[in-house]
Ligand binder design. Structure first.
Ligand SMILES: C[S@@+](CC[C@H](N)C(=O)[O-])C[C@H]1O[C@@H](n2cnc3c(N)ncnc32)[C@H](O)[C@@H]1O
Length: 410
């Protein structure tokens, strides 16, 4: 039958009956896209995998627990035939042919009247790859091409310059803790589309090196601020560049809203009438301990973690942190910006009841090639930081989770 290449088409299945025969791995892989397409799905199968069963429990599909029976395809617009019984599959596809229902067969592509392409999504389009080689359909080949196209669109190495949809205004992008691989896919795409990038010292600097030469990269710390506060000068720079019609990315370390002043920038942009897109990032508060083998929670050890800024000492009147209460918590304390003040912080925690032998780990420049972990206790941490010359940026973890991993020092 399959002498000619398949004709590609996009089925609009909203509210239309799709019959799936067999509730195994094939159904499990295909059902999410059928559900996303809004199809009215009837699964006919005596058994199903736990994931398929969960879709039925959630009401996303209707499941009849029985084998295929003649007549099941009568009302279908489309069928996926994937039982483990070849003979039943053959009977079902014969019925599909009779009712003129397009059908996919997992066990015999040549007997099918439709083929499922390898699909992926990016930038508001669906990429669907079908082979034209009707003799040897190699799913790995089509999947590899799909991956290359989708990955290229996502990381910006494959661009459609005249048609690309530019994100208007400013994108506040969380760049993750430092390793360039730890930015989100969306963040990376927006970077690739940017005309101007205003970046902090912290964050994935290596990504800036990859940007094409026409992209203007501005170091946020070096914006001359004259009569303004530094943050106001950054806000003004974002607004000015956006007003010139440029795509602006404000690249920040970690997540924009974790001690990142992201909302101040979002507010300034809103006041200036500039659209703002926020792209969350992987915060150093969780990822840096993780990269050094420290889970911020662990079953039977810590049921909570609290992230605290240590940029002002506990006795500083500007401090908003209730250190005596933190001393009473049994979970993990994660302190950012606390290297300079760790002596005072440890002293205060111990004074308010935290045991002096509570384990402490300092992870400097986490997720980068320079990552370094130094272990201490609340009693020894001030001296250890001095002796070992621990420098910012570092995440400080206080609590028993420090000792649960296989590795306790770097
Ligand atoms: C101004 S805060 C910004 C936090 C950021 N928004 C986030 O979600 O990770 C900067 C502090 O984050 C921590 N930090 C950020 N990146 C780090 C890294 N790669 N290694 C260790 N600490 C890091 C340090 O405590 C640093 O002083």
């Amino acid at each position: 039958m399959a002498e000619h290449p398949a004709y590609p088409v996009g089925l609009r299945l909203t509210g239309r009956r799709v019959v799936v025969l067999g509730g195994g791995q094939v159904a499990q892989r295909r059902l999410p896209a059928l559900i996303a397409a809004g199809a009215d799905i009837l699964l006919v199968s005596p058994a199903a995998t736990p994931s398929v069963e969960a879709m039925a429990d959630a009401g996303e599909i209707t499941w009849e627990r029985r084998p295929y029976a003649e007549g099941d395809l009568a009302d279908a617009w489309y069928a996926l035939i994937a039982t483990s019984d070849h003979e039943a599959n053959t009977r079902a596809s014969t019925e599909a042919e009779r009712h003129r229902v397009w059908c996919v067969r997992s066990d015999d592509a040549n007997a099918a009247t439709a083929w499922t392409p390898a699909t992926g999504h990016s930038e508001g389009v669906t990429v669907a790859i079908l082979t034209t080689d009707t003799k040897s359909r190699d799913p790995r080949h089509t999947a590899a091409i799909r991956d290359a196209v989708v990955e290229g669109l996502r990381d910006g190495t494959l661009v459609a310059p005249h048609h690309r949809t530019r994100t208007p205004g400013v994108a506040l992008v969380g760049g993750g803790p430092g390793d360039p691989d730890l930015i989100t896919v969306r963040g990376r795409r927006l970077l690739a589309e940017a005309d101007v990038v205003i970046a902090d010292r912290l964050g994935p600097r290596d990504l800036l090196a990859e940007l094409p030469p026409h992209v203007e990269v501005i170091d946020a710390a070096k914006i001359p601020y004259g009569r303004y506060m530094a943050q106001e000068a950054i806000n003004n720079a974002l607004i000015e560049h956006a007003k010139q019609g440029k795509s602006v990315v404000r690249l920040k370390g970690g997540d924009p809203f974790v001690f990142g002043r992201g909302m101040e920038e979002a507010q300034a942009l809103a006041e200036a009438g500039i659209p703002c897109t926020v792209v969350p990032g992987i915060s150093s508060s969780i990822s840096v301990p993780g990269a050094a083998g420290i889970p911020v929670t662990h079953r039977g050890v810590a049921h909570e973690f609290t992230v605290v800024s240590g940029h002002v000492a506990p006795d500083d009147e500007r401090s908003l942190v209730d250190w005596p209460s933190l001393a009473k918590l049994t979970g993990t304390l994660v302190i950012l910006m606390g290297v300079d003040k760790i002596g005072k912080i440890a002293e205060t925690l111990v004074a308010h009841g935290k045991p002096a032998d509570t384990p402490v780990a300092l992870v400097q420049e986490g997720t980068t090639a320079a990552q370094r972990r130094v272990d201490a206790t609340l009693a020894t941490v001030a001296e250890t930081v001095r002796e070992q010359e621990v420098k910012p940026p570092a995440v400080i973890v206080i609590g028993e989770v420090v000792n649960v991993g296989p590795q306790t020092s770097a």
